[in-house]
Design a protein around this ligand. Structure first.
Ligand SMILES: Nc1ncnc2c1ncn2[C@@H]1O[C@H](COP(=O)(O)OP(=O)(O)O)[C@@H](O)[C@H]1O
Ligand SMILES: [Mg+2]
Length: 270
């Protein structure tokens, strides 16, 4: 099964349901006994909460971008100080083991990525995050789910090519469609192989009309609007405990992605 070790990045406009989908995919993979590395690369970081990690556990988690000592140690540069030399290829291999917090099969790594407004800044912090993300996506054996923002500035070309499936989440609405198109273009420019769209919070609209609207993108599935998702967020519970329907829908999406990836591999070998 390709699922073991699958590398999935999730992007899209704020509030569309990225973290919800990321937590569902982590849960589905972990219940299949896969080891899962959940990477929170959204500056609006809350994947740990969505995964049901306790606040005590999350308090122990170090956020990489805020660890000035680590940044200095690995890049040789003092954060915030301009000029001077720093390593462009910092050692990152030991970071996952040292910095994750674990619950069952799921390990969470909080990157604390801060957007630099798309300037792709070459500051030490950004170099460390980029190198780390590259290591996670290209070299790790476990399944890796990356919860990202809409900007892809921490995704280098090599990392982008290592992502098996790049999911852009939209909700029914032109604003998130516009973000999705912009993200899809950035992904294409970075040579991401398989870009899919998941339509989240579907309610009162015909899925086929949305598919027609998004003809230029590969819509791989729909997640219905579920009031349990709102309760989960409100009550600090996990979506997978409160809403088995969404778990099954997300599992079907993962199966479809798996199948497409297997077919793509088969076709490339013909
Ligand atoms: N399928 C859904 N049905 C109803 N509400 C949802 C659904 N998915 C997400 N939500 C709600 O939308 C809000 C934003 O979701 P979240 O996953 O945090 O978005 P993002 O990570 O894209 O900012 C949360 O309050 C969440 O509970
Ligand atoms: Mg989020």
């Amino acid at each position: 099964m390709k699922e073991k070790g699958i590398k999935i990045a999730i992007s899209g406009k704020g509030g569309v349901g990225k973290t919800t989908l990321a937590s569902l995919l982590c849960h589905i993979l972990s219940r299949k006994k896969s080891k899962v590395l959940a990477v929170d690369a959204d500056p609006d970081a809350n994947l740990g909460m969505a995964l049901g990690f306790s606040s005590a556990l999350l308090a122990q988690a170090t956020t990489i971008a805020q660890d000035e000592k680590l940044i200095e140690e690995r890049t040789g540069a003092v954060p915030g100080e301009f000029g001077g030399w720093f390593a462009l290829n910092p050692f990152v291999e030991d970071i996952p083991e040292k910095y994750v917090v674990k619950q069952g099969n799921i390990s969470l790594l909080q990157m604390g990525a801060k957007s630099t407004g798309g300037t792709g800044c070459a500051c030490p912090q950004s170099i460390l995050l980029k190198s780390l993300l590259n290591h996670l996506v290209v070299e790790r054996d476990e399944a890796v789910i990356v919860d990202m923002e809409a900007g892809l500035e921490h995704l280098g070309r090599g990392t982008a090519e290592g992502v098996d499936a790049f999911i852009i989440v939209v909700e029914p609405g032109q604003r998130s469609f516009a973000t999705a198109r912009a993200v899809a273009k950035m992904a294409k420019d970075l040579s991401v192989q398989n870009v899919y769209v998941v339509v989240s919070k579907l309610h009162g609209v015909n899925p086929s009309s949305i598919k027609d609207e998004l003809q230029d993108l590969n819509v791989i599935g729909f997640l219905p609007y579920k009031v349990e998702a709102v309760y989960a967020d409100l009550q600090g519970k996990t979506i997978f405990d409160l809403c088995p329907d969404l778990v099954e829908e997300a599992a079907a999406i993962l199966d479809r992605i798996d199948k497409e990836l297997a077919e793509a591999i088969e076709n490339s070998q013909v």
